[in-house]
Design a protein around this ligand. Structure first.
Ligand SMILES: Cc1cc2nc3c(=O)[nH]c(=O)nc-3n(C[C@H](O)[C@H](O)[C@H](O)COP(=O)(O)O)c2cc1C
Length: 169
């Protein structure tokens, strides 16, 4: 698939078919995630892959806005032990966001759907995830990515708005 097509086709999918995502597809998604840019190439990310099982439900319930019927979630965390020192430690947020966007785009490319549900900076969601995934203190959950075969396929759309573009000479 052309990148431009994937960019326009990527929409948040919140209803999934009852078909599992294969281990090969998961591997592709993780390769895409880790090919993203990161400040000073610190790659301060960790990926918790949660397949159908007892933990999946508690991960979904960790946020009020993440209760979808996917059979796979990837919780993307920043690793503060790998992050840059203060005062630019928080670049891990941007690094992990780039990784998530890569997962979303590769999912489209593989014929899958996905939605990014926010965790950080919601303290309560972060605490819930830390508990159900037994995360070490250095792993801070940034987002929960649901992935699966789409039941609902939102229309591709182009949100281009020329008024938001500021050419400067
Ligand atoms: C940081 C971030 C947090 C988000 N959190 C949620 C969420 O908790 N639940 C949800 O259903 N969608 C969530 N979304 C998805 C947005 O609602 C969605 O991207 C937006 O409405 C635009 O729709 P589209 O993705 O179909 O283009 C989040 C997206 C981002 C980037």
């Amino acid at each position: 698939m052309e990148l431009k097509e994937a960019l326009l086709k990527r929409r948040s999918v919140r209803k999934y078919k009852d078909i599992p995502v294969s281990d090969e597809q998961i591997d592709e998604l993780l390769h895409a995630a880790m090919s993203g840019p990161s400040a000073c190439n610190k790659t301060p990310w960790e990926f918790y892959v949660v397949k159908n099982g007892p933990t999946l439900d508690s991960v979904k319930k960790s946020s009020l806005f993440s209760r979808f019927n996917s059979s796979l979630v990837i919780v993307v965390c920043g690793n503060t032990e790998r992050a840059l020192p203060a005062p630019i430690t928080e670049y891990w947020v941007q690094d992990c966001s780039a990784a998530i966007e890569n997962i979303l785009l590769r999912a489209v490319d593989l014929g899958l759907g996905a939605v990014w549900c926010g965790a950080y900076p919601q303290a309560r969601v972060g605490c819930n995830l830390k508990e159900c995934l037994t995360l070490p203190d250095s792993h801070i959950p940034l987002g929960i990515v649901h992935i699966g075969y789409p039941e609902d396929t939102p229309e591709p759309r182009d949100q281009y708005d020329p008024e938001r573009v500021h050419f400067v000479i």
